[in-house]
Design a protein around this ligand. Structure first.
Ligand code: FRU
Length: 483
């Protein structure tokens, strides 16, 4: 691992010399950090949170995101911008929107979405304080320059008579000759809600009714309305097959409902959690192949002081394809094109593991890697043990608890009788994205460095690792700046 790291660090200076620029002290610091992902999108430095307005436009993918140019902590929200030809490699672009002094977004350009209105790329987003909905448009084919609508806000206040816990994060779509907007909101002491609006032109908006509402968690000890579920953030609403999907973020997770949408009313049929780990504020887009692609903010699980010191915080999840399974639940899988980042496969043989035994895998470069593992119908706990010098952690399935664990994070997970456990795992520095049997997703964070050994283990009953594939993953940039 260390030779690979030295190699990458070496490239930093080569790239900088070629560009005629010396790396800044911050860039140098970032290029040495083991924890910093190498094949996920994240800003060249500083803080990011929600994905905003992912969009395929004129042959290029655009990702905007909540960004603080002033440091690796939340504050002074701007919209960062990056572009990609393939959803995997990214090029950083100038900040797309900054707060306008004296304007409705003077205290922050909060989350929103993009639509193409009669050929014109348009953003709908939330300005603060107070929370109002605003419009911006771009005539620039590269989408680097955005003009805020001179009469912003386009929605100045919540509907009369509703005392709301919040009023933000528009998601807009087209239906016949009208625009519709889903807006995150909630009611104190009651629960979260999504408001539905309608407009002929993105400027005049009429409130219709709640698109959907849900109860808060009465047992919650959280001190804030997002923590208790009294506020729903970042709605997204879109068709898949002959159903519609509503996503919202609250209580630190992204929830979904799948149901029928007719005559401006949504009737949910199934529900679930999109990802049980360090994952929030998801949003979707349609890609060039017509797939519904999901993006989410990979949150930090270390103290603010530590990510402030590190100089970066937050990353974008890998692109995931959304689909409904046979029982109309929402499932997400990493896009198959991620295979283009694979280095040569390292052969790993199937192996039988006795109860209480640990079998090391002959793999290297595991700090930036992809694993595909299959355990034949496990009878007791099985898993992968990563043993960096100071912080062993496990990715484990426990049938008695019907649970999958990644370090300290866990998700409910059960297998049908005789069903194999299929683990698809991406590790990228401190980020772990875990997909289990194409139905449970868990994003983990593990920060402590050290030379890894990776072993499979079994507890309580023998296990059979019936298939195993492993690839080191190539970085998307030469210097850990992801561009
Ligand atoms: C979700 C969120 C949104 C808001 C944005 C501000 O993470 O709180 O509701 O628009 O972040 O950065």
């Amino acid at each position: 691992m260390s030779s690979r790291r030295t190699f990458l660090t070496g490239l930093t200076s080569v790239a900088a010399i070629r560009a005629g620029t010396a790396p800044t002290p911050l860039q140098q610091k970032l290029s040495h950090q083991w924890q910093r992902p190498q094949f996920h999108l994240l800003p060249a430095a500083n803080w990011m949170n929600d994905p905003n307005a992912p969009l395929y436009y004129r042959g290029l993918y655009h990702m905007f995101y909540q960004y603080n140019p002033n440091g690796a902590f939340w504050g002074t929200m701007h919209w960062g911008h990056a572009t990609s030809k393939d959803l995997i490699h990214w090029k950083h672009q100038p900040v797309a929107m900054a707060p306008t002094p004296g304007g409705p977004d003077k205290d922050g350009v909060f989350s929103g979405c993009a639509v193409i209105n009669n050929g014109t790329p348009s953003f709908l987003y939330t300005g603060v304080n107070p929370e109002t909905q605003c419009l911006a448009t771009s005539l620039d084919p590269q989408l680097n320059h955005w003009e805020k609508y001179s009469h912003n806000p386009v929605i100045a206040a919540p509907p009369a008579g509703l005392a709301l816990t919040g009023f933000r994060d528009p998601a807009v779509w087209r239906e016949r000759d009208q625009w519709y907007m889903a807006l995150g909101a909630g009611r104190k002491g009651i629960g979260g809600m999504v408001l539905l609006y309608k407009s002929p032109d993105l400027i005049q908006w009429t409130y219709l009714h709640p698109l959907f509402e849900g109860p808060m968690d009465p047992q919650s000890k959280a001190k804030d309305v997002v923590g208790t579920g009294e506020m729903w953030e970042c709605p997204d609403f879109f068709p898949i097959g002959n159903r519609h999907v509503l996503l919202i973020s609250t209580k630190r997770l992204v929830y979904y409902w799948v149901g029928k949408y007719q005559d401006e009313r949504f009737i949910p049929e199934t529900e679930g959690v999109v990802d049980y780990g360090a994952y929030y504020a998801a949003r979707t887009m349609i890609d060039a192949k017509g797939r519904r692609i999901l993006w989410g903010w990979i949150t930090e699980k270390r103290p603010v002081a530590e990510h402030k010191e590190a100089g970066w915080a937050g990353a974008m999840s890998l692109p995931r394809v959304l689909a409904l399974n046979a029982s109309h639940h929402l499932v997400s899988t990493p896009i198959p094109e991620l295979a283009t980042l694979r280095d040569d496969a390292v052969p790993v043989k199937p192996v039988r593991v006795a109860a209480g035994q640990e079998v090391p895998l002959p793999v290297y470069g595991t700090e930036s890697a992809e694993f595909l593992l299959e355990f034949a119908a496990p009878q007791a706990e099985v898993g992968l043990r990563f043993s960096p010098a100071r912080n062993p952690f496990e990715v484990a399935f426990d049938p008695s608890r019907q649970q999958i664990r990644c370090g300290k994070l866990q998700a409910p997970c059960s297998l049908a009788p005789g069903e194999s456990l299929r683990i698809h795992l991406f590790r990228d520095g401190s980020v772990i994205e875990l997909f289990v049997n194409d139905r449970v997703t868990l994003t983990g964070r593990e920060y402590l460095p050290g030379l890894d050994t990776v072993a499979v283990y079994a507890k309580g009953a023998p296990a059979h690792l019936s298939k195993a594939q492993f690839w080191p993953i190539n970085p998307i940039s030469s210097d850990r700046l992801t561009t």
